[in-house]
Design a protein around this ligand. Structure first.
Ligand code: NAI
Length: 736
């Protein structure tokens, strides 16, 4: 479907020529009501004329579009936005585009050269955007574009004033993206290249002619469309090419030792490591950026350092196979955000064999259906992006050959039905690494969030052929285990055929491994022909259960576990056998033609039909009790190990409705550790005070403990650095 701007009111500043004119024409062509603003200055900001804006408005009107002209300077932001409201009654989009140049080598830059550039670009964008901001917030829709420049990103001779202003606009956009997010007011930044009167003095004429504004405008239109969920992005764009930019940060190096002063010599001696971008991270928020700073304090505090000890990770020896569990476990992959609309949901449903032949599949195939829904197993698609980019291979301690990776098992749990569009962010952590002799198994836990809300949890179990034999453990208490079906005839059997093009269709949902499409690649892996994705059969089996036992109601779906036993060839038929045991439906999936079991030890857990998907809260009781009970069990099982690792006493004061409700002590210092209720006779190393509700939010990973602390929800007395160690117990050992 083409992108329409029907009914949207768009303000483009500096739209009398160049890029702005092209934006105005393009928005109008797609139905927008456009305000064409231009002061009509020369390129240096001198003079004034209404002609430029008038001409563009004439052109729009001649083509049947709707537009009005405005001749205010962006320095009169309030007045300008008021003119938009007077003309069309609302404002949906602001494209901050107006600009001038006053290029001078730095020494010759006058106060006026500096000030004028800051005033028009940075201050002008601020004033116009601020005037539009509350209107956008109140109507819960707004799209803002900031126009930066490569000169700002990289610097450019003779453009000190301009570079500073342009990168200032990026800083402004970064914060607007955060403040506007929850109101559906998104702000993105572009650094365009196009031939215009601003560039004709610096570029050769044929380049000016070749780099057309119409090769930039489509990006601006997409970023300003309601379907686009991009927010806080920075894009370079020109000549029909678009690229996205982000920050990268080296792993860095701790150059200070506990109780010793930090010195410039220490910095000099570690300079290569500080600047080494091997294993670089890509922090995307102040919180992420600060996290590593806090980790440094924490690892300096404890003599030997905790899991977060950056230097220890880098320095620990890797064993023969390239797999080193102590370095890998607990490592996080860079977070990834998956943007989708109903198109991806429908494509996925087709990929796992849904068809319009079946009338009750329409709710998954047609966005206009009354109860249009996303298939629950799409939850693997939203999270797999976090590992599809190969970042697993760059985790310290996982020096593995990505071509030898097989998908062994999958667990997916949903905490609420998936939305049919939006942006979901996934955070992946290496939960454990097992040594199976012939290979290594990596357990990757992926939590996927919408904003702060946890939407689903996946555990990918990845088998790396030939990476075993490093002397690691064979099993893990963190693994979601497969469960064999009951030994009786199944309660239901569904047979469904895959098509010859099933894998070719399924891969469009994001798993681009050539094994599933390229015959020569499949041959290298020892297969006669490209094989079907294991997760495609997984999708088939899950929807068979959903239809058979839950009336195709996605809100009944809670979780699914499968082990991938054998490959399926596209075109073969899948036979799903199902056994109902309470709310658990055991499944086994076979290829009908060969009787080979392809999904083993599998089950789907459903919510009881009348119960809502929400977890019941205990009447009157404290939710945190369950958590402490669970931690108590873990401490019983592995107390000595934890005492060795943590060596501290944590005291908790849990409040309810503002009053003290319970006190708990987690003693990981004395004997083999214990958890008990009531006051602690000795001295706690650190005491936390938190409400029952906030405690649950933190434990469930909905709120980051540091954020809770900074927001005053979590109070800490004693050795605050120990809270890092607490994460080891809460996060790694109590997946609650
Ligand atoms: P342009 O000179 O053709 O367009 C800028 C327009 O802004 C002009 O029509 C001018 O009258 C208007 N303007 C100047 N001061 C104003 C004010 N105070 N209030 C309202 N309007 C005002 O230049 P072009 O190339 O189309 O540039 C558009 C934007 O893109 C500018 O912000 C520029 O810095 C930026 N940019 C352009 C690049 C390019 O390759 N063309 C490269 C990087 C950034």
């Amino acid at each position: 479907m083409s992108l329409s701007f029907e009914g949207r009111v768009v303000l483009v500043t500096g739209a009398g020529g160049g890029l702005g004119k092209e934006y105005a024409l393009s928005f109008a062509e797609r139905g927008a009501l456009v305000v064409v603003n231009d002061l009509g200055t020369d390129t240096k900001g001198g003079g004034k004329s209404s002609a430029a804006a008038d001409k563009v408005v004439e052109e729009i009107r001649a083509k049947g579009g709707k537009a009005v002209a405005n001749y205010d300077s962006v320095e009169d932001g309030e007045k300008l936005v008021q003119a938009v409201l007077d003309a069309f009654g609302r404002i949906d989009v602001v494209v901050n585009n107006a600009g001038i140049l006053r290029d001078r080598s730095f020494a010759r830059t006058s106060d006026l050269d500096w000030d004028l550039i800051q005033r028009i670009h940075l201050r002008g964008s601020f004033l116009v955007t601020r005037a539009a901001w509350n209107h956008m917030k109140n109507q819960k829709f707004g799209r803002i574009i900031m126009t930066a420049s490569a000169a700002g990103i990289y610097g450019n001779f003779g453009q000190a004033n301009y570079s500073a202003a342009k990168l200032g606009m990026l800083g402004l956009a970064n914060t607007l993206a955060i403040e506007g997010r929850k109101y559906n007011v998104y702000c993105n930044t572009i650094a365009p290249v196009a031939g215009s009167r601003l560039t004709e003095t610096v570029m050769p004429p044929d380049l000016v002619a070749a780099l057309k504004p119409e090769h930039v405008a489509p990006l601006v239109l997409w970023l300003c469309h309601e379907q686009c969920q991009e927010n806080g992005g920075l894009f370079e764009v020109g000549a029909g090419w678009i690229g996205k930019l982000r920050w990268e940060r080296s792993r860095g190096q701790i150059v200070r030792k506990k109780n010793k002063p930090m010195s410039p010599e220490g910095v000099r001696d570690q300079w290569d490591k500080i600047c080494d971008f091997t294993d670089a991270t890509k922090p995307t928020s102040v919180q992420e950026s600060l996290q590593s700073i806090v980790e440094v304090l924490s690892s300096l505090e404890s003599e030997e350092g905790v899991g977060a000890n950056l230097t220890a990770v880098a320095a620990s020896p890797t064993l023969g196979s390239g797999v080193n569990p102590s370095a890998a476990v607990g490592q996080k992959l860079p977070p990834s955000t998956f943007h989708f609309t109903h198109t991806q949901c429908i494509l996925y449903a087709l990929g796992v064999g849904m068809s319009t032949k079946d009338p009750d599949h329409l709710r998954f195939l047609y966005e206009g259906s009354e109860d249009f829904s996303c298939l629950p197993t799409f939850g693997v698609i939203v999270s797999q992006a976090s590992m599809m980019d190969g970042s697993l291979g760059s985790v310290p301690g996982l020096d593995i050959d990505l071509t030898r990776v097989l998908h062994g098992e999958q667990y997916l749990e949903l905490y609420k039905p998936l939305p049919t569009s939006g942006s979901l962010t996934s955070e992946a952590t290496v939960a454990d690494v097992l040594d199976k002799g012939s290979g290594a198994v990596i357990l990757l836990d992926v939590n996927t969030y919408s904003g702060r809300e946890l939407v689903c949890y996946n555990q990918f179990s990845v088998f790396v052929v030939g990476a075993g034999g490093f002397g690691g453990k064979r099993t893990s208490e963190k693994a979601k285990a497969p469960v064999p079906p009951p030994k009786r005839a199944p309660d239901a059997v569904v047979i469904d055929s895959t098509t010859r093009d099933q894998a070719a269709l399924y891969r469009l949902s994001g798993d681009w491994n050539p094994l599933h499409i390229d015959p020569s690649f499949a041959a290298m892996g020892g297969f006669k022909a490209p094989i079907l994705h294991g997760l495609c059969s997984f999708g088939f089996a899950a929807r068979h259960v959903l239809k058979q036992f839950a009336n195709n109601d996605p809100s009944r779906f809670k979780a699914i576990k499968v082990r991938f036993a054998k490959p399926v060839m596209p075109g073969q038929s899948l036979q799903t056998e199902m056994w109902k045991e309470g709310n658990r439906i055991h499944i086994q999936c076979k290829v009908k033609e060969t009787d080979a079991v392809v999904l083993a030890g599998a089950y789907v857990d459903l919510h009881a039909s009348e119960a809502s998907a929400e977890k019941p809260t205990q009447a009157g009781g404290l939710q945190s009790e369950l958590v402490f009970a669970e931690i108590g069990r873990r401490v019983k099982d592995m107390g000595s190990e934890l005492v060795k690792k943590v060596n501290a006493v944590f005291s908790w004061e849990i409040t309810k409705d503002g009053k003290n409700a319970a006190q708990w002590t987690i003693d990981l210092k004395n004997g083999s550790g214990s958890v008990h209720r009531g006051p602690f006779s000795g001295k706690a190393d650190v005491t936390f005070t938190v409400s029952d509700e906030d405690f649950m939010e933190v434990v469930q990973g909905k709120v980051n403990p540091q954020k809770a602390f900074f927001a005053g929800k979590l109070k800490v007395r004693g050795n605050i650095m120990l809270s890092q160690k607490l994460e080891v117990i809460l996060k790694d050992h109590a997946k609650l």
